[in-house]
Design a protein around this ligand. Structure first.
Ligand SMILES: NC(=O)c1ccc[n+]([C@@H]2O[C@H](COP(=O)([O-])OP(=O)(O)OC[C@H]3O[C@@H](n4cnc5c(N)ncnc54)[C@H](O)[C@@H]3O)[C@@H](O)[C@H]2O)c1
Ligand SMILES: [Zn+2]
Ligand SMILES: [Zn+2]
Length: 361
């Protein structure tokens, strides 16, 4: 029997979100219904609400979640009812050309649930990042459920479902940060601070947090930045160079995703260094630069999809590090809110008042 639950819907570009009745079908082959316990508010949800991702309204928002599997469909063997899981938005297929090449974190054919969740009148919802988790129960592909230690706090480890994994992975997986490296992170929100935490885990010795908001810089220090730069009051490129012996950082991570921040990342990097773009630009953004600079400065210019993570590999070990007190995920949870407070959380995110608001169901 399809179930009726409450969930947060974005009906149109820039319109405030509303809590509505969502119809969740029984899981079909390969699918699972998950009782959502917590879901973080990520900037990508706001991008959806603003029409910055695509126009496929109405959206069922939320995608950074932890919960318990309620039921599974035919043929599901990897998870079972009662399992505590973090939802991931890149359930790898195992058969596409990336997977076959042994690089499944690039999977070009990731799985989502086949059936849509709908509004009461039958209108199909587009779930944010193929999940949709600001809702009491959600229908996902079973591969989107990653089992982890059930004694961990859902509000904290659920953040690995998106922003924190994207940030840690941007540093550790995409950027390949290693012991003794110098790293700069532009944009110290949830994703950027997670990149700082990742750089620290990987043994970077100089970690520079860059933001335009001093409150964000203070949080970044708490999480592991050894230095901070306010890009609003100075030249971020010059300051990063000054803090790295005049050379620039080995790895610079753009966790904002705007032309000006990417350019800063490009020029604040040492020769042959690496730029990682993990912030998501909008389709209208353009960049114009001398092509010779790309050649003469060398190195690697990379993008980071979901921190190039492999959920089955990365979520369990990061949860273990959290449980051992070596990765402070609680530091990312600024506030816990109800399902009807997502719109206010967007406003607070926009004003920079929070690292993460986490909806508790
Ligand atoms: N690649 C991925 O897989 C992935 C996953 C999750 C989120 N994201 C993206 O990462 C980005 C950051 O997400 P978030 O949740 O951390 O957002 P956030 O709003 O919490 O943080 C953004 C931060 O950037 C700062 N900022 C804005 N303009 C700046 C500038 N010009 N210079 C320096 N700092 C500036 C803000 O003050 C804020 O602290 C978003 O674009 C989001 O869509 C990407
Ligand atoms: Zn694949
Ligand atoms: Zn996200």
């Amino acid at each position: 029997m399809p179930q009726q639950v409450r969930g947060v819907v974005a009906r149109g570009k820039g319109q405030p979100v509303s809590v509505e009745t969502i119809v969740v079908p029984d899981p079909g082959p390969g699918e699972a219904v998950v009782e959502v316990q917590t879901c973080g508010v990520c900037h990508t949800d706001l991008h959806y609400r603003e029409g910055g991702i695509n126009d496929e309204f109405p959206f069922l928002l939320g995608h950074e979640a932890a919960g318990v599997v309620e039921s599974v469909g035919e043929g599901v063997t990897d998870v079972a009812p009662g399992d505590f899981v973090i939802l991931n938005w890149r359930a790898v297929c195992g058969t596409c050309r990336a997977c076959l090449k042994g690089k499944p974190w690039y999977c070009f054919n990731t799985h989502n649930a086949a059936q849509p969740m709908t509004l009461e009148d039958g209108t199909a919802l587009s779930p944010a990042l193929g999940i949709g988790a600001f809702v009491e129960k959600t229908l996902v592909h079973s591969g989107q459920c990653t089992k982890v230690d059930p004694t961990a706090s859902p509000a904290a480890v659920g953040l690995l479902g998106c922003g924190v994994m994207a940030g840690i992975g941007a540093a550790v997986n995409t950027g390949g940060v290693g012991r003794g490296d110098t790293v700069a992170v532009i944009g110290c929100g949830g994703v950027g601070d997670a990149a700082i935490a990742g750089a620290k885990l990987a043994g970077a010795t100089t970690i520079i947090g860059v933001d335009v908001d001093d409150r964000k810089l203070a949080w970044a220090k708490g999480i592991g930045a050894t230095h901070t730069v306010n890009a609003g009051s100075g030249d971020a490129v010059e300051e990063i160079r000054a803090l790295t012996g005049g050379f620039g950082a080995d790895v610079v991570i753009d966790a904002v995703g705007r032309p000006e921040t990417w350019k800063q990342a490009f020029y604040a990097r040492d020769l042959a260094g690496t730029v990682v773009l993990v912030g998501v630009p909008t389709p209208d953004m353009r960049i114009e630069m001398p092509l010779i600079d790309f050649f003469s400065r060398g190195g690697a210019l990379k993008s980071s999809w979901y921190g190039d993570c492999l959920p089955s590999r990365d979520f369990p070990y990061l949860v273990d590090l959290y449980q051992q007190g070596r990765l402070d995920l609680d530091a990312f949870v600024t506030e816990k809110i109800g399902l009807d407070q997502v719109e206010e959380a967007f406003t607070r995110m926009h004003h920079g008042d929070v690292l993460r608001s986490v909806v508790v169901l």
